[in-house]
Design a protein around this ligand. Sequence first.
Ligand SMILES: [Ca+2]
Ligand SMILES: [Ca+2]
Length: 293
Amino acid sequence: MRTHLARAIPACLLLATGVASAQTELIQNGGFETGDFTAWTVIDVDSGNFLVLDTDILPLSGFPTVGAAGGTFYAVTDQTGPGVHLLIQPFTVAAGTGSLTLSFDMFVNDWSDVGPIDCGVLDSGGDPCQIARVDVLTGAADPFSTAPGDIVSQIYLGVDPLADPNPYTAYNVDLSALPAGDYQLSFASVDNQYFQNQGVDNVRLLAEAGGPDAMLSADYMGATGTAGICINQSTGDRVTVPLFGGTNVDCVGAGLTVTPGDSVLVIFLGTVVPPAQPENRIHIDSGNGGKRY
Ligand SMILES: [Ca+2]
Ligand SMILES: [Ca+2]
């Protein structure tokens, strides 16, 4: 006598997924390889300019530099007298951004060798002032502002200490704490003691989409079961989630810690009804609500 097998299938359904980690570049022409200031705003006051050059001899002062850090071109200040020079690019941090990393190569040649002298303002016409700075300003800030309320991240304030011309220093700054919104990246130089050349190249600002939201949307179309286990394969962290059914398995809500780039494995236990679609799959929904991990 033949036994009619139950149609419901006791199952241990394994589904693995990687958290999306696509990176978006928020700075345009960060290497100045257009040969000009495309995408940047330059403001020069009094003597001199921010220039895009492909040479290692400066046209106004005649002083040497180390040239470009990458490619052919770099941006650099040069002058024949006191001045202020700003190199600015606005950027927007989107909701749901998980990580934000600024990197650039820079030298600051203070030929007076009396710097750094911080007069507190970007004004070469007053007190002695011989300094360069790199700041992230609010989107609405006056580019000349040095007010603490306008500076959301102070990255550099000084001059380079080695014999001029200094080599490039590589900077790598974690800006992941910046809330979504509009900002300005500002390289600034003020000098009234003697020549000062601030060189910038290879500016990058990489945004990575946030990790998964609280829900892992399990698009398994009709599957039901009694429990599931979510395993973060990158960290070993695991949690048990209760009865599932419908459309969602809330791994993060059940306590799983997930950061961008982690791989998450979901194991469904109990009875899984064969899905209406031939493909069982689960995916990370990273766009819902902008939660950050
Ligand atoms: Ca370059
Ligand atoms: Ca010096």
